[in-house]
Write a protein that binds this ligand. Sequence first.
Ligand SMILES: [Zn+2]
Length: 130
Amino acid sequence: MAKSSQACPCGYGPHYEQCCQPLHLGQPAPSAEALMRARYSAYVLDQRDYLVASWHPDTRPAELEPNSHAASRWLGLKIVQQRALPNGDWQVEFVARYRQASGKAVRLHEISRFCQVDGQWRYLDGHAPT
Ligand SMILES: [Zn+2]
């Protein structure tokens, strides 16, 4: 699916193959932010296996909603801020924008929590900022 030398969907690395692709191919994420970016790219590229694999086993849905965003066009990701939590988990606040098939632009603002399972970062859960 990925063409060579395409820009990484997450907007960080100049090339997908030097940014999120290694993570999609199984390389451990070096940081919670890297995992967050790789999950965003996985949404863009519809890499559902990665979305499941990067989810914490305790909070992972049994099945991803079929094509929940398939008809959407992702417009970009912005990391707003991030910080370590006292228990060693990591919190990342981000804004992702996408356009629905209807043409409606949606702004997804979420504070996500990540934690390490056997030394690997996993997405734990997220909530809207209060
Ligand atoms: Zn990337």
